[in-house]
Design a protein around this ligand. Structure first.
Ligand code: GLA
Length: 376
C-alpha cells in the first residue's frame, strides 16, 4: 500500500485504554462525522490494545472479547465503513501485546488473514515482548509481507518507539508510518521531550513512511488513561498540535471526542494547519539556525505551491524571541523578494522588512506562519 500524506484519525488508547467497547466505537464513529472531523481528514478509527481474549481460539486465531465486542469485529468494521470512515486495529510483533494480550509473533500470516476478513484497513503493530534473538527488522518485515499479501489494503503502522535504530531499517518493511518517539503523555515536559527526540530524525521523515510522533493528547485535560498525565493548558495543546502538523506527523486524536470543548475543536479543526500537515510535497523540514542559544526554536518547510510554512516555537519556560533570516531560504533583500506572512492561528498578515522576521513568544507558545514569496 502506498501512502502519500500523513494518515489522520482517532485512536482509543490515550483515553480509554482497556475500557473499549462496541458501543464506544460506534458512538465515536458518529461523532467523527457530526463534528466535521471526518471531513477535515480524520478518517481512520483505530481500536488499540485490549480488544481480544487472553487466549487464542482452538483454530489459532485471536478472539475478540465477547463482552466488549458482542457483535464481533466484522460488524464494528461494517458500521465504521458505513460512516465513510476506515477501520484500524492493533497487534504486536511480540508473543504478547504491551497489555499482555496475544501478539502476532509466529502468527503473522494467520492474523493478517483474520484482519482482512474483518475488513480492517489499518494495523498498528507494537514492539513489546518481542523475541530477544530475532531482529526487529525481521519481525516487521514478516508482518509487512503478510499484510501486502492478505488481499486487502491494510496500512501498516509500525510502533517501534524509535528503538533499535528503527530509522535505519523501517523502510525495508512495508510500514507506511513508524513511531519515532517514546509514548506521549498528557504532560508538557513529555511533549517537549518528544519534540526534541524528533530533531535528529527529521531527515528520515518522508512520503511513503512518515515519522509518527505518537497520538495527540489535545483535549485530554488530565482525563486520559491511568498514568498518562495530569493535563496541559490549551496554549500548550495548540503548540503540540502545531508542531505535529509542521513536522508532517500522522495526526491521531486521543481524547474523548464525545465531550470536546470548543477550544479543543478549534485546535483539531484548524484547516490551514491541516493543509500544512497534508501538503502534497511532504518536503524535509528545515531546523532554522537561531542567533543565541536561549532563543526559541524555529522551523520551516517548503510547500508544494512555493509557499513556506514557518513555525516559531518557544519550548523554554520563559519569554524568548525567535528570529527568521530570509536568507535561509535564499530570499536575500538583493533578490527584490520577501515573504508576506500569514498567521494561521490569528489570521494576521505581515510583510517582512529588511530580510529578518523577529517575534517574541511567551513560554510554551508558538506561532505558525505561511509565507508567500512577493516583491519587496
Ligand atoms: C505501547 C504503545 C502505545 C499503546 C500501548 C498499548 O505503549 O506505544 O501507543 O499502544 O502500548 O498497550
Amino acid at each position: 500500500m502506498i501512502v502519500t500524506r500523513p494518515p489522520m484519525g482517532w485512536n482509543s488508547w490515550n483515553t480509554f485504554e482497556e475500557n473499549i467497547s462496541d458501543q464506544l466505537i460506534r458512538e465515536t464513529a458518529d461523532i467523527m462525522v457530526s463534528t466535521g472531523l471526518r471531513d477535515a481528514g480524520y478518517d481512520y478509527l483505530v481500536i488499540d490494545d485490549c480488544w481480544s481474549l487472553r487466549e487464542r481460539g482452538a483454530d489459532g486465531r485471536i478472539v475478540p472479547n465477547p463482552e466488549k465486542f458482542p457483535n464481533g469485529m466484522k460488524s464494528v468494521a461494517d458500521y465504521v465503513h458505513s460512516k465513510g470512515l476506515k477501520f484500524g486495529m492493533y497487534s504486536c510483533a511480540g508473543g504478547l501485546t504491551c497489555a499482555s494480550y496475544p501478539g502476532s509473533f509466529d502468527h503473522e500470516f494467520l492474523d493478517a488473514d483474520t484482519f482482512a476478513s474483518w475488513g480492517v484497513d489499518f494495523l498498528k503493530y507494537d514492539y513489546c515482548f518481542h523475541s530477544p534473538i530475532m531482529e526487529g527488522k525481521v519481525l516487521y518485515r514478516r508482518m509487512g509481507t503478510a499484510l501486502e499479501n492478505c488481499g486487502r489494503d491494510i496500512l501498516f503502522s509500525a510502533c517501534t518507539w524509535g528503538a533499535d535504530h528503527s530509522e535505519d531499517w523501517i523502510k525495508e518493511t512495508s510500514a507506511s508510518m513508524w513511531r519515532s518517539t517514546n509514548d506521549i503523555h498528557d504532560d508538557w515536559e513529555v511533549v517537549k521531550s518528544l519534540i526534541r527526540q524528533q530533531f535528529p530524525l527529521i531527515p528520515y521523515q518522508s512520503q511513503g513512511c512518515f515519522n509518527d510522533m505518537d497520538m495527540l493528547v489535545v483535549g485530554l485535560h488530565g482525563n486520559g488513561g491511568e498514568n498518562i498525565g495530569s493535563g496541559m493548558t490549551d496554549l500548550e495543546y495548540r503548540t503540540h498540535f502545531s508542531i505535529w502538523c509542521l513536522f508532517a506527523s500522522p495526526l491521531f486524536i486521543g481524547c474523548d471526542i464525545r465531550n470536546m470543548s470548543e477550544a479543543t475543536k478549534e485546535i483539531l479543526l484548524n484547516k490551514e494547519l491541516i493543509a500544512i500537515n497534508q501538503d502534497p510535497a511532504s518536503r524535509q523540514l528545515i531546523h532554522l539556525k537561531q542567533d543565541f542559544r536561549l532563543d526559541a526554536e524555529a522551523f520551516a518547510r517548503p510547500l508544494a505551491n512555493g509557499d513556506i510554512a514557518i513555525g516559531m516555537v518557544n519550548l523554554n519556560d520563559h519569554k524568548s524571541r525567535s528570529v527568521i533570516g530570509l536568507d535561509q531560504f535564499g530570499l536575500n533583500p538583493g533578490t527584490g523578494k520577501t515573504l508576506l506572512m500569514h498567521n494561521v492561528w490569528t489570521g494576521e498578515d505581515i510583510k517582512v522588512k529588511n530580510g529578518v522576521f523577529v517575534r517574541s513568544l511567551e513560554a510554551h507558545d508558538c506561532e505558525i506562519w505561511r509565507g508567500k514569496v512577493v516583491d519587496i
